[in-house]
Ligand binder design. Sequence first.
Ligand code: ADP
Ligand code: ASP
Ligand code: MG
Length: 406
Amino acid sequence: MKIIVLKFGGTSVGTLSKITKVAKVIASYAKKKYKVIVVSSAMSGVTNQLLLKTKKISQNFPNEEKDVILSTGEQISCALIAGKLNLLGYKSRSWLGWQLPIITRGKYSSSRIIKIQKTKIIKYLKSGGIPIVTGFQGINSDFRITTLERGGSDTSAILCAKFFNAKKCIIYTDVEGVYTTDPNLTKSAKKINKISYEEMLEMASLGAKVMQPASIQEARLNRIEIDVKSTFSKKSGTTITKKRNITGKNIIRGISFTKNDAKLTLLGVKDKPGIAASIFKPLYENSINVDMVVQNISAGSKETDLTFTIKLEDLYKTRKLLENNKSINFRKLIVNKNVSKVSIVGVGMITTPGVSYRMFRALAKKKINIEVISTSEIKISVLINKKNLKKSVEILHQEFKLSSSL
Ligand code: ADP
Ligand code: ASP
Ligand code: MG
């Protein structure tokens, strides 16, 4: 069977007229004799609205019930797509995660798909049907509905491609592919034709919303090639590929950024072994991810200042945990919500010296202050004031000549 998986994001199914467009794209593959499996996300904004409802009821809304609510958005969009395809003369129906089933493991709201039962969908495909499968959701061993991390329909699609042994997995979205940076922020952003899993994973983890990071991890583990393209244009998109050495003259492949970080500084922490572990232990136990960390040893004194970043949504909880932590002492806690992290990504920097210098120099020339720095083999991140975000991305885009051909 020539199976193809098509995934439509919230931005592609956001209105009824967009759903009509989606149905036509699906029909075009059916006409080419593909057996099409569709995975859809909820209409854009719906999952956020549902989340808000749970928060309005209680900040401690039960995790199990939260997933039941959050998963409903996909139920609506999938039924609408199936309904539209029926109208166009195709046999189609929605399939909810539990109906296949899509089996997950792990915590609610961040479950992982471990298996997708094929039998019912294969039978349906053989009967000429087009299944519209809900992304983002599954069922666990307690027969309870679960959801993946936010943006998780990308993962649902990639794992459908794996379990159904699809010839292709196409992620349809509202931009024409993966760009050198967010095309909605910077006009000079350029579409990338081919990108490796490694670079895509780094760009996604550092904020490029176009693909969910966990989905790229699954694609890399299972060697699934992905095409990313627009629902609303016929132009070719980006291939995320297993090939590692994609030639190109640029050292840097792209620039990612975040807008939802908070920076915390603990002033006057006792400088003794184990103190950082005591600070971060309760955060870890509460699933709060600490990102950039710097510690400044105050010369001559027995005190130190510790700065780190977290997601803004974790700020309230983090503050409480720090203030109630009996095993640490500090003089003052300073919180800054007006920060953004800007990262340059590219395997080229492994073999090219001076990339960080060029990055810092370019920002310094425009008087942009760097608050924290972190690096890995293929990325350099800096924390800056949020008001300088657009300017910084544009300066770096120019510095590393990302508008010229890739
Ligand atoms: P979907 O609804 O299809 O899942 P998302 O909103 O999750 O779409 O992702 C698409 C958005 O990702 C684009 O509208 C764009 O603003 C944003 N984006 C951020 N970084 C990039 C990038 N490097 N390339 C393309 N899009 C990006
Ligand atoms: N609807 C879910 C979300 O908003 C999943 C997705 O969009 O992929 O996170
Ligand atoms: Mg998305």
